[in-house]
Design a protein around this ligand. Sequence first.
Ligand SMILES: *[C@@H]1O[C@H](CO)[C@@H](O)[C@H](O)[C@H]1NC(C)=O
Ligand SMILES: *[C@@H]1O[C@H](CO)[C@@H](O)[C@H](O)[C@H]1NC(C)=O
Length: 350
Amino acid sequence: MGHWVDSNSPFSSYFGLLVLLIVFCCANGCDLFTGKWVLDPSYPLYSASACPFVQKEFSCQKNGRQDLGYTQYRWQPLDCSLTRFDGLKFLQKFRGKSIMFVGDSLSLNQWQSLTCMLHSAVPTARFNITRVNDVSTFVFPDFDVKVMLDRSVYLVDVVREKIGRVLKLDSIQSGKLWKGIDMLIFNTWHWWYRRGPTQPWDFIEYQGVIKKDMDRMQAFEIALNTWAGWVDANVDPSKSLVFFQGISPSHYNGTLWGEPKAKSCLGQKQPLLGTTYPGGLPPPVHVVKRVIGKMKRLATLLDITLLSLLRKDGHPSIYGLTGSTGLDCSHWCLAGVPDTWNELLYNLIL
Ligand SMILES: *[C@@H]1O[C@H](CO)[C@@H](O)[C@H](O)[C@H]1NC(C)=O
Ligand SMILES: *[C@@H]1O[C@H](CO)[C@@H](O)[C@H](O)[C@H]1NC(C)=O
């Protein structure tokens, strides 16, 4: 496993400080996450048809979406400009290293986006995608770079026991898969309010007490603290970078973006072009900020919520997994909004 900084180098002691500056100050003192969307015909960063491995749920054009304006917006921070994503440079920087996304289908969305962005930068380079249990691995053998995805919708464990499936808020055994990875990007949120037949657990356990249910926001915060404790105890900040993807917003209520008649993202062809979202930030954002703010080791929040809130036009709607029988305003078309999440990630690690 490669090291970010030679631990004998005098630079290593400053590495923490450097990361600290990135976390609390952002790139060159510019807040990358405050800004607006601007039309830029040099986008998208890749053509969707150049990524044969993108899953159906994100393949909006293949599924029949005809308006493509949503692929041509660039995120413009208020006080600086983003450096355009350079896939070759990214692969060279990560030579011999491993990257892992951990989380639910929004992590899948960002993982597929990044592998597209890299593949389209080196279209003739070999690649190989394999899956073992919950871990998918995209390898660029010529660069010795692995980009992985561990599907773990709660980050904490769900264990099958005699009484049924138990969501264990203070257990995170799956963390053993994350050790030694050079860059980790975590996410969890969308499954915390699931109820009924698609809720993948029967009981919830915390501090040895098993309950049928509890306040879901509170459960989310406890689990996030368990995750933060895992990072603090298991990640060496001089060797690995840790990000939290942030809360990816959905668009099922037009009142929140000033269009009360809209009941979903269906038919939305343009982003909001201002710098604020009328409906405000979703409540879990505050939980995420509180938990990350008190961590000992460094995890950087990839604070994608506001910029994604502005992108009511970026979802598959009826051009997703189940076509016109579905209405997906949670995931994102590719090419599309997650490419910007990765471009921001790139700017934070340049
Ligand atoms: C892809 O990787 C798997 C697992 O390492 C390996 O068994 C397989 O031969 C590889 N396929 C190609 C085409 O390189
Ligand atoms: C949409 O949001 C508004 C403002 O928060 C709220 O009053 C309304 O109940 C919401 N509508 C639905 C269908 O959830």
